[in-house]
Design a protein around this ligand. Structure first.
Ligand code: ADP
Length: 274
């Protein structure tokens, strides 16, 4: 399979300013990736390339990449980290999981904990959930008034613009699964002993709010896909397609950033190692 990341990118990207039409987007992408073996091989090759590119990003030391992963429970956020960034190792990648805010976090504005977690120059930072929870679960559960939520879309766009103008490339992925696929994955957590620990009865409460979450996701995609921080909707019913798609887009973005190893600061022959 050739590495046609631009085709993959534009098929899955939410064009800034255009409606995302989330309900019309498929949760599988057999048109892009038809063969499982080839898709897995592509994801593997991409993971190796991402590792090499991150090494150069670190050596260059002037820019960072932020990858935001959002999706409902069981959509595969952890699996994406494992499947796409597995070659980078702990030195190059910094993963932050955002859970329910603690007392100190709640005592600040909602972007406070997020800004502290953005990757330093040279690193790939991954957000497993993110500031978008503040227009998703917070909206669906009515944790703050509607007019406060309404202001947040523009605040988030401004925050991301600030990051991008200061050397951070941002890619955002919504992992899109069907309700039926979520049922299967939750069922597996009840049935398979090594998955029991992942079962959280609270997930069933969120599942009852499926439509409300879908609406909140759609508004988020419509309002916050920008040129400087685009959203991609990733068909995620098949894990191998999800990994092939995300790894291709991440690799493509890194290749476009073209991180360069700094030139040697000495002349050939200047130093002799005894
Ligand atoms: P995960 O489900 O991602 O594997 P957890 O079981 O720790 O991880 O769940 C994290 C929970 O924290 C989710 O239910 C999510 O909705 C919630 N959460 C994250 N950010 C916020 C926020 N800003 N306000 C309220 N809840 C949040």
């Amino acid at each position: 399979m050739t590495f046609e990341w631009k085709t993959i990118d534009s098929a899955l990207r939410v064009e800034p300013g255009k409606p995302s039409k989330l309900s019309k987007r498929d949760t599988a992408c057999d048109n892009l990736f038809a063969d499982k073996r080839e898709g897995e091989a592509l994801a593997k090759a991409n993971a190796k390339a991402i590792d090499r590119l991150q090494d150069a990003l670190w050596a260059e030391g002037s820019r960072a990449l932020l990858v935001v992963l959002q999706g409902i429970d069981t959509s595969g956020k952890d699996g994406t980290v494992r499947g796409v960034f597995n070659e980078c190792g702990p030195l190059g990648v910094n993963v932050t999981a955002f859970g329910t805010p603690n007392e100190q976090e709640l005592a600040h504005d909602y972007l406070w904990r997020v800004h502290k977690a953005v990757p330093r120059k040279g690193l790939i930072g991954i957000f497993n959930r993110s500031h978008y929870e503040d227009v998703l679960v917070v909206k669906v559960r009515g944790l703050v008034p509607a007019d406060v939520i309404e202001q947040r879309y523009a605040q988030i766009n401004a925050f991301e613009r600030h990051l991008s103008e200061n050397g951070t490339t941002i890619l955002k992925f919504m992992l899109h699964i069907s309700k039926d696929e979520q049922r299967k994955r939750l069922q597996a957590r009840l049935e398979e002993p090594d998955k029991h620990w992942k079962f959280n009865p609270g997930d069933l409460e969120d599942r009852k709010l499926w439509t409300q979450f879908a609406n909140a996701y759609e508004t988020m995609l419509d309002r916050c896909s920008t040129e400087h921080a685009p959203w991609h909707v990733i068909p995620s019913d098949r894990k191998w397609q999800r990994n092939a798609a995300i790894s291709s887009i991440v690799r493509g973005a890194l290749e476009t950033m073209m991180p360069l190893y700094p030139k040697a600061r000495w002349k050939p022959g200047e130093f002799i190692i005894e």
